[in-house]
Design a protein around this ligand. Structure first.
Ligand SMILES: CC(C)(COP(=O)(O)OP(=O)(O)OC[C@H]1O[C@@H](n2cnc3c(N)ncnc32)[C@H](O)[C@@H]1OP(=O)(O)O)[C@@H](O)C(=O)NCCC(=O)NCCS
Length: 145
């Protein structure tokens, strides 16, 4: 049985570490603002095993005028479970949460290789590619709700 539920920041490290910070110490998985009361973390569980995570930060980007914006960070699915629709379900959970919270816009920095995944889910990129040191090439992506 599969379920998406809210989890703690520390619990996300179980997936963030191998997928987003492989071979790096677990402390590198902590993001600024992870434990703010406004931050939400979702986990996708199959048979009580955590296999996918995504986090929502109350953070605006000055590119847009909308006052109610959120930033997605730490989107990750364990390698052996990728391309099975789990990432898609986590993004749907974020969109559902955002709509029910009256959020006007979702944005994030997308790794270049994940851009087609987000485009399939109705997100668009804006601007030119940029580098995040130690992680790689990124694009800013967004979706207006
Ligand atoms: C990117 C990621 C989160 C996607 O999650 P996922 O569970 O593998 O994706 P899904 O199976 O839900 O994919 C949904 C659709 O997007 C497609 N897709 C997924 N990843 C893709 C990719 N990298 N390139 C092209 N298409 C992709 C799937 O084939 C699927 O298409 P379909 O509906 O036509 O079958 C996951 O692969 C991952 O954790 N990757 C490594 C870390 C990473 O890059 N995170 C994003 C940081 S911004």
């Amino acid at each position: 049985m599969s379920i998406i539920k809210k989890i703690s920041a520390e619990t996300t490290f179980i997936v963030r570490n191998p997928v987003l910070r492989p071979n790096l110490p677990v402390e590198t998985c902590r993001f600024v603002g992870d434990n703010l009361p406004s931050t939400v973390h979702f986990g996708f569980y199959t048979d009580e095993n955590l296999i996918g995570v995504v986090s929502i930060f109350e953070k605006s980007n000055t590119i847009w005028h909308q006052t109610k914006q959120i930033q997605i960070r730490g989107m990750a699915v364990l390698a052996e479970f990728q391309k099975k629709g789990i990432g898609e379900q986590l993004i749907y959970a974020v969109i559902e949460w955002a709509i029910s919270s009256n959020i006007a816009l979702i944005w994030f920095n997308a790794r270049k290789n994940a851009v087609p995944f987000y485009e399939k889910l109705g997100f668009h990129s804006i601007g030119t590619a940029f580098e995040i040191e130690g992680v790689g090439t990124h694009y800013i992506m967004y979706r207006i709700l």
